[in-house]
Ligand binder design. Structure first.
Ligand code: ACO
Length: 329
């Protein structure tokens, strides 16, 4: 039996809203301080999508940039996979909205819900589709409008989140490039620690759910923090083990940007120097599923990540979900 060919990244793109909300702006909204936010999370500002624009608007822009970078036409796409917890609608899927906006007339399009780990889940699915020869060109998008589900009266969460979109086009790997290993896991028992309780079929929107502020992110930050450090560290080591690669061989770690203290803990466990760890949380805050593809595109376009480099992606999010992917760029 011939060995299956993994997926590789052919191109990436990102789009972020122009409007910026700084920590100082937040000081005027809730009882917080620039110093607390920076010290406890590393965040300095976040981008917020203007009213009237949708998740799929921003994601379509990121997608067009990724397609252009990859030299792939929209009609060549076989699948569009969108990782998001802030879809345009419960249904139809945001992926289908993007398909229409970019003219990917031949693609099957669907959303996945894996919170901050969603982009890695998407990569893993795209890799499987390509290995199984069910697809030749797959667009994976991580895109969030977290500002729309953020409780701007809750200082424990509203300082953390931001909006953004990132996309990657994948195709069959060439040479030694491609996804060397990927790993995805969940633990649904802990779902209540990070949840938007209202708006689903359990608690559809009513006056009561609105009055109880159930349509916003609720998070037990301290508990989530502990699980995130452990799960991201284990996922990072697992992807390296699967591929028989040591952390010393890595060129760049791109972790989910939730908290700079979580990132520092993982980097220290992997014994990685600062220059091998990508951090842009100061600029965007936590953009959930968009955080890794945003960073990936920035790293590629600024020359921080070059063809042939070994890059490890690792994330943790609501569900709980976590995962990792080791890629030879
Ligand atoms: N400004 C000032 N003080 C604040 C603020 C604020 N914005 N928020 C909380 N505080 C106070 C608290 O009230 C508390 O005060 P107390 O000691 O008097 O009770 C104190 O600061 C410490 O609060 P903690 O919640 O313990 O602060 P912590 O150091 O844990 O930092 C944080 C909070 C940043 C949320 C951290 O716990 C964290 O990053 N958690 C993980 C987030 C994460 O990884 N999420 C996963 C992905 S997100 C997704 O899937 C959508």
């Amino acid at each position: 039996m011939c060995e299956s060919i993994p997926a590789m990244i052919l191109g990436t793109g990102r789009a972020v809203p122009d409007k910026i909300l700084t920590n100082h702006d937040l000081e005027k909204i809730v009882d917080t301080s620039d110093q607390w936010i920076k010290e406890r999370s590393g965040i300095e500002r976040r981008h917020i999508l203007e009213d009237g624009k949708t998740n799929s608007d921003l994601a379509s822009l990121a997608s067009q940039r990724a397609l252009e970078d990859a030299g792939v036409k929209p009609e060549e796409l076989d699948f569009i996979i969108v990782a998001t917890i802030t879809p345009d609608y419960t249904f139809p899927s945001t992926a289908a909205q993007i398909q229409a906006k970019i003219g990917a007339v031949n693609a099957a399009a669907f959303d996945i819900s894996a919170a901050c780990s969603g982009f890695i889940y998407g990569l893993s699915i795209a890799d499987s589709l390509i290995k199984a020869e069910l697809a030749n060109r797959v667009l994976v998008i991580g895109s969030e409008m977290l500002s729309r589900i953020t409780d701007w009266e809750d200082r424990s969460t509203c300082v953390l989140f931001g909006d953004g979109s990132g996309a990657a086009v994948l195709g069959p790997a060439e040479g030694n490039r491609g996804i060397l290993s990927s790993y995805i896991k969940s633990d649904g028992k802990l779902g209540n620690l990070l949840i938007m309780p209202g708006g689903g079929a359990t608690h559809p929107a009513t006056h009561e759910t609105v009055d109880k502020r159930m349509h916003y992110i609720k998070m037990e930050g301290r508990e989530v923090f502990k699980h995130a450090v452990r799960a991201m560290r284990d996922a990072a080591l697992h992807a390296l083990d699967l591929a028989g690669i040591t952390s010393e061989e890595l060129d760049l770690l791109i972790p989910h940007q939730a908290n700079v203290r979580i990132i520092d803990a993982i980097a220290s466990r992997l014994k990685l120097p600062d220059e091998k760890v990508y951090i842009n949380i100061q600029e965007y805050g936590n953009t959930s599923a968009a955080s890794i593809p945003l960073a990936l595109d920035e790293a590629r376009r600024t020359g921080k990540l070059k063809q042939g480099d070994l890059c490890l992606l690792v994330a943790f999010g609501g569900g709980f979900t976590w995962g990792s992917a080791l890629i030879r760029m």
